[in-house]
Design a protein. Structure first.
Length: 202
């Protein structure tokens, strides 16, 4: 499944719609051309063994908005454009990520995984990689929550953050957060990070 052009979304579920994707490849090219987009309360996307790639400014790999739900299992998401998150949950949405690889290579990515405006993200047994400069591995803001277990978070770009937590809760269990770029920081927290198990490296 391939789309080209500004705003050309690969798969979209809106107004309570549902999409179940299995063994599917999605590739988009264009500014704002999200790979998977769920929008509105009751809308849901289930993706299993799906490969999602986007290239373009602010072209998120997976975008859940306005109370929607996205579940990713055994899935690979990659974005290459500036300001393009791998997974973005916004405005009361919920995202679950299981046994998946999420990676971004563009600059100024506000979260390879991002939860904003009272959204919830759960990550288990997954790898999160942010490779662009001035980028963030995990970003949570405005009353959102993240629960990450048995996973790794890596940033390699200069002036980047492993995690940026603002007025939100992030819980880590058996998870390794690492930054490798020049002038980078493991975690910036304005409210709350908890790690119930032994610290493995921030």
């Amino acid at each position: 499944m391939t789309t080209t052009g500004t705003g050309s979304i690969g798969v979209q579920a809106i107004a309570g719609g549902r999409a179940d994707l299995v063994d599917t490849t999605i590739a988009t090219s264009g500014n704002g051309a999200h790979g998977i987009h769920a929008n509105d309360n009751g809308s849901i996307v289930n993706a299993t063994r799906v490969d999602v790639s986007t290239s373009g400014f602010s072209a998120h790999g997976v975008y859940a908005d306005r109370g929607s739900t996205v579940n990713l299992t055994d899935t690979h998401v990659s974005t290459s454009g500036a300001y393009s998150s791998g997974v973005l949950a916004s405005s009361g949405s919920t995202v679950s990520i299981q046994n998946s690889l999420i990676e971004t290579s563009g600059a100024y990515v506000y979260g390879a995984i991002s939860a904003v405006n009272n959204s919830d993200v759960t990550i288990n047994q997954s790898d999160i990689r942010s490779n662009g400069d001035y980028s963030i591995g995990l970003y949570a803001s405005s009353g959102s929550s993240m629960n990450i277990s048995n996973s790794t978070v890596l940033t390699t770009g200069a002036n980047s953050l492993g995690m940026d937590i603002r007025n939100s809760d992030v819980h880590l269990q058996n998870t390794h957060v690492r930054t490798e770029g020049a002038n980078s920081v493991g975690a910036l927290s304005l409210i709350h990070i908890s790690e119930p198990t032994r610290r493995r490296g921030i």
